[in-house]
Ligand binder design. Structure first.
Ligand SMILES: NC(=O)c1ccc[n+]([C@@H]2O[C@H](COP(=O)([O-])OP(=O)(O)OC[C@H]3O[C@@H](n4cnc5c(N)ncnc54)[C@H](O)[C@@H]3O)[C@@H](O)[C@H]2O)c1
Length: 284
């Protein structure tokens, strides 16, 4: 928990777009000093420049969060430039799709590399520095896909379920050893960002996940469905505000969409009853 963010040092990964960009803006407005990281240089520089123009202290670091050395460089930058680290937001993420048995190994490597190893690298590089700085808070961005199992997105679901349990275990580990460090895991439903354009950051070797849908029985157009849901999603600024509130109050879970919550209850009830999983949808 960090009640007052004035003068605190915060790292945000995936800060060039969407939720990360909105968070960077909110943190700067709250008086935090920022280290912003992303794989996309030009939009990252634009975000950093506009926050600096408003008077914020901002350093931009090019980093691919799937690479441990890159993430370590983010942590080192915070200590070199500001001499401390108090808050980290492990936010960078990509969406992959396809039927569970058709997703290629390169695609698994990419999605697990960014969404899961990105957070693992973040914990290894940032948590020791937050402890060294006297305490603070860790925020991991998971998803409602970390609490449910929707079709056509096995690799994404696996990473987000992993980030939820990683965050729970981290919180317990820290409560037993370093209670001065708090943890929040964020599980958004649809948010109006560029997540449906994740292929822009897909390495050549990972191919195109959408190709895998061709010729299968599941002939729905994932892309147009997801595009529509994202377009009608929450604004990133509203999600960023919920996250800042959780950091200030020490709240563990942030569930941004109340209409998704009954799906979690139905999943747990189904697990306890030994039922086969079924397609489930948010209800109002
Ligand atoms: N938008 C949604 O509906 C939604 C819902 C639930 C969870 N999330 C999660 O929110 C987080 C932020 O995504 P967003 O929706 O803002 O999407 P976005 O695409 O707008 O932003 C993601 C950012 O991560 C960066 N990134 C991608 N790969 C990277 C890498 N290897 N290293 C460093 N940076 C990388 C991108 O360049 C981009 O700036 C992700 O973890 C995503 O899974 C999003």
């Amino acid at each position: 928990m960090i009640e007052d963010l004035t003068g605190k040092v915060a790292v945000v990964t995936g800060a060039a777009s969407g939720i990360g960009k909105a968070l960077a803006g909110r943190l700067a407005a709250a008086g935090a000093k920022l280290v912003l990281a992303d794989i996309e240089d030009r939009p990252l520089e634009e975000v950093a420049a506009s926050l600096r123009a408003d008077g914020a202290e901002v350093v931009a670091v090019h980093a691919d969060v799937s690479k441990a050395d890159d993430v370590e460089r983010i942590g080192m930058t915070a200590m070199d430039v500001y001499g401390a680290l108090h808050l980290c937001v492990n936010n960078a993420g990509v969406a992959g799709g396809g039927l569970a048995w058709e997703i290629g190994l390169d695609e698994w490597d990419w999605v697990l590399g960014v969404n899961l190893y990105g957070v693992i690298h973040g914990l290894r590089s940032f948590v020791p520095r937050i402890i060294e700085s006297g305490g603070g808070h860790v925020v991991n961005i998971a998803s409602m896909a970390g609490l449910t199992s929707n079709p056509g997105m096995a690799s994404y679901n696996v990473t987000k379920h992993s980030v939820v349990t990683l965050s729970e275990t981290l919180a317990i580990d820290l409560s037993l050893t370093h209670p001065e460090v708090g943890v929040t895991v964020v599980c958004p439903g649809w948010v109006r960002t560029q997540i449906n354009r994740s292929e822009r950051n897909r390495p050549e070797r990972a191919g195109s996940a959408l190709d895998h849908d061709a010729g299968t029985e599941l002939q729905f157009d994932l892309r147009s469905i997801v595009d529509g849901l994202i377009e009608s999603g929450l604004e990133p600024d509203d999600v960023a505000e919920m996250i800042l509130d959780a950091v200030r109050t020490g709240r563990f879970t942030v569930l941004t969409h109340p209409e998704w919550q009954a799906m979690v209850t139905r999943r747990v009830d189904g697990i306890l009853a030994g039922e086969q999983p079924r397609l489930d949808l948010p209800t109002n």
